[in-house]
Design a binder for this molecule. Sequence first.
Ligand code: FAD
Ligand code: PHB
Length: 388
Amino acid sequence: MRCQVAIIGGGPSGLLLSQLLHRAGIDTVVLERQSRDYVLSRIRAGVLEWGSVEMLREAGVGARMDAEGYPHDGVYLACRNEGFRIDFKDLVGKQVMVYGQTEVTRDLYEARDRMDGKVIHNVEGVQIHGADSDAPYVTYTRDGTEHRLDCDWVAGCDGFHGVSRQTIPASVLKEFERVYPFGWLGILSETPPVDDELIYAQHERGFALCSMRNARLSRYYVQVAQDDKVENWSDDAFWDELRRRIPEDAAERLVTGPSIEKSIAPLRSYVAEPMRWGRLFLVGDAAHIVPPTGAKGLNLAVSDVHYLYHALVQAYEGDEHGVAHYSEQALARVWKSERFSWSMTGLLHRFPDRGAFEARMQEAELDYLQHSRAAQTSLAENYVGLPY
Ligand code: FAD
Ligand code: PHB
């Protein structure tokens, strides 16, 4: 088999890249290790920057998002059970869109089906060959049969545990990492959200976040120890802990119910450089991870796709400048989102290894943020998303 761009991974970045390239007349094959149902059952991000919203519209997958998503003008931050609001609309004239990653992925799969896009599921043993040559190819196994896919370029959209990054020789790849000494326990429940905007709460017992998917579906998180287990948390224990950490008026309003999903995500900051090796590109979580505090993971995947899509279209028009500079261009934005996610994480979590001085620094920073329009503007500018 042959195609122009072989895409490894059928998560949001692989599907979006394939959809955009197909519309530009460039043919792709997406190789995904899991089944479609499995990919669609993963509960992940919930907030889209406006740049991501516009990219999804450009890809022709914005209709359901525009009809069912919720534009938000601000968020609440809370400190010791008292909240204050960051008004994005007033501070930077922009909004974000609450629309779950699961829905984005579903819309992308449906759009790929409508265009007869090639997405091959349940592939095993993907290997990338000749990425540093002019004739790269990918091999994989499906239903016990070996396959070979020849291509011009390979897009590694296969997440943090994928094969693409591992294909780049250790002598070339530089890795930067910070693992945080805690995780997020998240639940999804068929209850109305406690507020019509998100609440990020700092508390001496640990961070909490009140988020949502729609008017009847809520997503809540509490900070837990790194080695904590989901089995240690009954639904009642979760709700009690959440109530303790959020503003009192929100705790009183909170409607609880059985969880329909419950999981723990570890928190990590990670960047791999470079994001291109020969004819192989790294895109999204394959190249970088952010802690979820700034809601940046999915949005960064979308901005990588933006740069790569334009670079590849340009390359097929005979100009490889964009391809040559993809890594540099993408990384400049990646590092700024890494910084924001790291600083939001530092501002809002309880760090077991920090002393009384750092605790006061954190309080002072939140106090500054509450009362300074300049500080709020900086947070708002980053949260709604830096320009591409
Ligand atoms: P992925 O979504 O990881 O997709 C990669 C795809 O590649 C997967 O479908 C995988 O099955 C496939 N794949 C992997 N290896 C191979 C292989 N060898 N061959 C073929 N296919 C392969 N972000 C937020 O902003 N907010 C959140 O609340 C949030 N929660 C998260 C919770 C978890 C548990 C995780 C892991 C991430 C979370 N994120 C969150 C981050 C966000 O979901 C990711 O940034 C986003 O999914 C990145 O998209 P991607 O397409 O680059 O990678
Ligand atoms: C979510 O709704 O899952 C969500 C929202 C904002 C974040 C992280 C996760 O910062």
